[in-house]
Design a protein around this ligand. Structure first.
Ligand SMILES: [Zn+2]
Length: 243
């Protein structure tokens, strides 16, 4: 075997490698299709140059109330701005209350909506109210999803954690210090994923993030040189260990 033959497999394996998880890597996610995502959050994130994932649904019972929720056209505009449009089911029903067929239908609805708006294929999912179900990983894998997010208030370790059970920290009006402390956990191969709702959130005040607090988080991330990405951008980094 000549020298070239020995080197080719090495070159192939190097090409297959991806970038290791850097310190200060943060994924921003926004749930429930709240109108402030379009009117406040997205333009602000653009100013900072940050990526983000918007997990959308038709939140009942008053999705039609556009003082609370985005229109599908607004959701499509988020995608056109470069943000990730992702699925939170159609009806925000807990997975424990859905059959496998109903879950597939919920996913299909959002996938079709996203496609009709010209958005890229939906590859990320957020469990409504962080409620999981045993049938979920199989369904998500079959439909080409790569990531699914829960709560849990701990960092995501891609080398060990299941990418269909990615933990996140929920931001509230009252947990500023906990969120800032969480962001400092983004190191040593661990990624910090934040779950935000409206900024502000008039539809669900119990998960409100006040705009001035949100601005403080963005300033913290910028001033401390964090990399802030959408969930699908995890593709750029070390491949998940298991699924
Ligand atoms: Zn939700």
């Amino acid at each position: 075997m000549n020298r070239l033959c020995l080197l080719l497999p090495l070159a192939a394996s190097l090409a297959a490698q991806t970038t290791p998880i850097p310190d200060k890597l943060v994924v921003l996610t926004f749930d429930d299709g709240v109108v402030s995502h379009a009117t406040h959050v997205a333009p602000l994130l653009k100013q900072y140059g940050f990526g983000a994932t918007f997990f959308v649904c038709e939140f009942p019972p008053d999705f039609h109330d556009k003082s609370k929720y985005m229109t599908w056209e607004q959701m499509g505009q988020l995608s056109q701005m470069g943000f990730e449009l992702a699925s939170h089911t159609r009806s925000h029903t807990h997975l424990s209350k859905l059959t496998r067929e109903q879950f597939i239908e919920e996913l299909r609805y959002v996938e079709d909506k996203a496609a009709s708006l010209g958005a890229p294929k939906v590859v990320s999912f957020a469990y409504p109210s962080y409620v999981t179900a045993p049938m979920a990983p199989g369904v998500l894998a079959a439909r080409g999803y790569r990531y699914a997010r829960i709560g849990g208030d701990k960092p995501y370790d891609p080398a060990h954690d299941d990418p269909y059970l990615i933990p996140s920290y929920t931001t509230l009006a009252t947990n500023r210090d906990a969120v800032l402390n969480a962001l400092r956990q983004a190191r040593d191969g661990r990624v910090v994923v934040l779950t935000l709702h409206g900024v502000p959130d008039t539809a669900h005040p119990w998960v409100n993030t006040p705009p001035e607090l949100f601005r403080e988080y963005l300033d913290f991330l910028r001033d401390n040189h964090y990399t802030v990405i959408a969930m699908r951008d995890l593709d750029r980094y070390a491949k998940p260990a298991k699924r």
